[in-house]
Design a protein around this ligand. Structure first.
Ligand SMILES: [Mn+2]
Length: 396
């Protein structure tokens, strides 16, 4: 008998599906949140079941269970932990730990892709095209590689995962992977997925207007409340407000916090670990501790949301050698323009600030980080110019 304890996201459930393909009725699968895994592992170890082979995927255990699992392994030998999170690498010190973040070919792994290789190598599962395709979709979604590759099928697989219950998803995928040569969605799924795409787009558009900015430990965070589409949201908000180091997504119902970043020089697993959580460099999470609540909820409650940059300007455009106009929440006007010495400077209410910048982007980033300013619409820009011209004339 096998028991699989896995994560309750697409990658974790991908592992459950593979285990059921490999072991059929001989495996008992249970999906867990990050916080409920240790309870399940303790329960398993208390039963002192010597016949069941325990596999843990996409999650890792706390120190106490780490020790107990090792004792169990030394006594019974039936433990395997498979994970791809950087924070779990120390499990490679054990015979029963297999943690790989990146393959030899430089590709990021997922728990599902690691378990697939493990099951095939151990002779539990036969290689099959449709299964390999499914595994690759899960891997691309989980590592966010799908976005770079514009792999909509991977994105849609995750959307489908959230549209149906875990049981229904498992059942559909098991049936499909067993009976089809290639992985694809059926006509009905394609239709509801198209509807879902529209819904996500509208949801994200709304959330873009609710983001507030907070400086935490010399880094700038964007904070938003959301119950769904955390990855899509983190990515879109990160791109829209690229001056922010990372995005914090608060789910008050589940008392959970997600952290996302689009920047290679920011590691949100470090941010999450400040509050007792963990995860990847680009995606992490934690429970909402009192400390995290006070910082991200209480302290930000009265903040005004950031404003988006004007989108359809013809005159007030970024990086213009003529200059670019911004406005802050305090109604101050800023003007970013190049100097004769090929530097970029910022004018605040008509006065130059001390800093000078190499590139326009650096000046804009500074402005957005320290003044939460946004690109104003053409009409305000033109009105301001007209006033300036009028003043000049009157001075003569
Ligand atoms: Mn994963």
């Amino acid at each position: 008998m096998y028991k699989l304890l896995s994560h309750n996201d697409l990658d974790g459930v991908g592992c459950g599906i593979l285990a059921k393909l490999a072991f059929g009725n001989d495996v008992h699968v249970r999906y867990n949140s990050i916080s409920s895994l240790d309870r399940e592992v303790s329960k398993f170890l208390e039963k002192d079941d010597k016949d069941t082979f325990l596999i843990i995927t996409d999650l890792s255990v706390n120190e106490e269970n780490e020790k107990k699992l090792n004792e169990h392994y030394e006594a019974v030998g039936k433990v395997q932990l498979i994970d791809h999170h950087k924070t779990a690498l120390h499990f490679n010190n054990y015979h029963w730990g297999h943690v790989v973040v990146e393959n030899e070919d430089g590709k990021l792994t997922s728990a599902t892709s690691l378990l697939y290789d493990y099951l095939v190598e151990a002779g539990h599962l036969e290689k099959k095209e449709s299964i390999a395709e499914f595994v690759e979709l899960v891997r691309q979604y989980d590592t966010w590689e799908w976005e770079k590759n514009d792999n909509q099928q991977a994105h849609q697989l995750n959307a489908l995962f959230f549209l149906v219950s875990i049981e229904e998803f498992e059942e559909k995928m098991l049936e499909r992977l067993q009976s089809s040569d290639h992985f694809d969605f059926d006509e009905f799924e394609k239709r509801i997925l198209a509807m879902e795409d529209n819904k996500i787009e509208r949801y994200i558009r709304r959330k873009k207007r609710e983001l507030v900015q907070l400086e935490v430990d010399k880094k700038f965070a964007g904070i938003v409340y959301a119950e769904s589409y955390h990855s899509e949201l983190g990515n879109e908000l990160g791109k829209e407000y690229s001056h922010l180091d990372y995005i914090v997504i608060l789910n008050m119902g589940s008392k959970k916090i997600s952290f996302r970043t689009i920047h290679d020089d920011v590691d949100v697993s470090e941010v999450a670990s400040e509050y007792g959580g963990g995860g990847h460099a680009k995606a992490s999470g934690c429970s909402m501790t009192v400390e995290a609540y006070n910082l991200f909820v209480a302290e930000t409650f009265y903040l005004e949301p950031l404003r988006e940059d004007a989108k359809y300007n013809k005159f007030n455009v970024k990086g213009s050698s003529f200059g670019t106009m911004y406005q802050s929440q305090l109604d101050e006007l800023f003007f970013v323009h190049p100097t004769e010495a090929d530097k970029w400077v910022i004018e605040r209410n008509g006065m130059h600030i001390d800093e000078q910048f190499e590139h326009f982007e650096d000046a804009e980033r500074f402005l957005k980080r320290h003044h939460q300013a946004w690109l104003v619409r053409d009409d305000l820009f033109v009105k301001d110019l007209m006033e300036k011209v009028k003043e000049l004339r009157e001075d003569k």
